[in-house]
Design a protein around this ligand. Structure first.
Ligand code: PGA
Length: 255
């Protein structure tokens, strides 16, 4: 495992054909610049319907594949849901949970997110637990309180350091084109690190990703910040050029 994770969250975008070609392009670009894998690990999280296809494509390549969400249950009468064992069966190694779009659009609670985390652990999948404050919470000076509460309630009590990573994604920076300032990222990542150290044995080893309008032109500066262990990338992960551009900018700073 390298220090830095470059993770793409494809959200509900693309088709079978376009996701296949995006993954192929990413794999071939990484293979053209193999030194990138000295500093970076690569992950993509396609829509679940394309997961199996992308896992097949990424077999024996540096690209890891993950899910975007999972059910709080492992099987049964839950129409439309996808369980953690199903994701594991398809070859997912990571799974995002608690993304702000799930928390807001689907009204998911931190307790449900913790339950999903437990299912993922049981299936041998590493959870990417997302936390983030809204602009109103930040302006009211409550950002840290919100993040602390989300971490305390979304991380299952039985979790060890190797079971999960955290993604700090300020809601106002997601898809807005405006990433959080390096100062805000540095401060929040330091605070998250301290909370993780209090919560979990070896909390200093847990990767903390930053997410929210990461692009090739801000990736270098963000990658150099202490306690930033990778990026969770939405929009810029949908083109191989920008996804790899982010990795190259991070690599230059980290190598
Ligand atoms: P963005 O999304 O990079 O498009 O801001 C990040 C995310 O939602 O994970």
């Amino acid at each position: 495992m390298n220090a830095f994770l470059i993770a793409g969250n494809w959200k509900m975008n693309g088709s079978g054909v376009s996701s296949h070609s995006l993954a192929s392009q990413i794999i071939s670009d990484i293979e053209k610049t193999p030194s990138l894998t000295d500093t970076c690990d690569f992950l993509c999280c396609p829509p679940h319907i394309y997961l199996l296809n992308i896992v097949g494509l990424a077999d024996n390549s540096p690209l890891l594949v993950g899910g975007q969400d999972c059910s709080t249950e492992t099987e049964g009468a839950f129409t439309g849901d996808i369980s953690a064992p199903m994701l594991a069966d398809c070859g997912a190694q990571y799974c995002i949970v608690g993304h702000s779009e799930r928390r807001t659009i689907h009204g998911e609670t931190s307790q449900q997110i913790a339950k999903k985390g437990e299912c993922l652990k049981e299936s041998g999948i590493k959870a990417i637990i997302c936390v983030g404050e809204t602009i109103t919470e930040r302006k009211a000076g409550k950002a840290l309180d919100v993040i602390k509460e989300q971490l305390k309630t979304s991380i299952p009590s039985g979790f060890n350091a190797q079971d999960f990573i955290v993604a700090y994604e300020p809601v106002w920076a997601i898809g807005s084109g405006e990433a959080a300032s390096p100062e805000d990222v540095a401060e929040m990542h330091r605070d998250i690190r301290n909370i993780l150290k209090e919560m979990v044995d070896k909390g200093d080893t847990i990767r903390i990703l930053y997410g929210g309008s990461v692009k090739p032109d801000n990736a270098g500066e963000l990658a150099g910040i202490e306690n930033v262990g990778g990026f969770l990338i939405g929009g810029a992960s949908l083109k191989a050029d920008s996804f790899l551009g982010i990795a190259k900018a991070a690599h230059d700073v980290l190598s």
